[in-house]
Design a protein around this ligand. Structure first.
Ligand code: GSH
Length: 221
């Protein structure tokens, strides 16, 4: 099979697919597109005009969850638990990861400082929920790396950039989630899921956003 990942360099959902491909040891090529100027060929294969799209021998799959589930069905090792109940619960936590990404987007786009700090609190509340749900580590299911870990790798990558700007207290006194973050950052599939200039590119994107966070970045320069 030939895999082509149609991607945007800052997209966390693209990273999710890249991590899954790497965990399955499936080589792939990347085509980066400009989401501000979507090419016609892209709109033909992505009905909602979003990255990622995975081309499998030229056949397109859209939506990161659908792509990752497909890859999990097609290639070993599986990233889901054997037990149906745990699998179902993991899918719930993956959706929780999507809601975390939405909260992160609202945080960095907030127009006022107070709205931004409210979103920071909301993100922290979500991490507190994860702390309560977490088992033994290093990964969400102990030694077993799973789809829940795939989902949260890109979440923690945002925190690396936010931490450079200020201490928003996202993980203060959350030891299990803090250790989980370190374990995920060290995992090769996660480390290489984003391009080498990701940190600078994300910071520049945030600076240009016209948000309260942009103002914080500008003030620190
Ligand atoms: N639910 C989608 C979300 C993908 C998504 O939001 N992609 C963003 C980039 S990170 C996008 O393509 N946005 C362009 C647009 O909405 O016009 C998935 O999981 O694949």
């Amino acid at each position: 099979m030939r895999y082509t990942l149609v991607s945007h360099k800052l997209c966390p959902y693209v990273q999710r697919v890249a991590i899954t491909l790497a965990e399955k040891r499936l080589p792939f090529e990347r085509i980066d597109i400009d989401l501000a100027k979507k090419p016609d060929w892209f709109l033909r294969i992505s009905p909602m005009g979003k990255t990622p799209v995975l081309l499998v021998d030229g056949e397109a799959i859209f939506e990161s969850a659908a792509i990752c589930e497909y890859l999990d069905e097609c290639a070993v090792p599986t990233l889901h638990p054997d037990d149906a109940l745990r699998r179902a619960r993991d899918r719930g936590w993956m959706e929780f990861g999507s809601s975390m990404l939405n909260a992160i987007g609202a945080f960095y786009s907030a127009a006022s400082e107070s709205a931004m700090l409210e979103w920071a609190q909301e993100i922290r509340r979500k991490f507190q929920q994860l702390e309560a749900a977490f088992e033994s580590g290093p990964y969400f299911h102990g030694e077993q790396f799973s789809m829940v870990d795939v989902m949260f790798g890109p979440v923690f990558r945002y925190l690396d950039v936010f931490d450079d700007i200020a201490d928003f207290g996202f993980l203060t006194q959350l030891p299990k989630v803090s250790a989980w973050r370190v374990a995920l950052c060290e995992r090769a599939s996660i480390r290489y899921a984003a391009p080498p200039d990701y940190r600078i590119a994300l910071r520049n994107f945030l600076l240009a956003r016209g948000s309260a966070l942009s103002a914080r970045i500008a003030a620190a320069m």
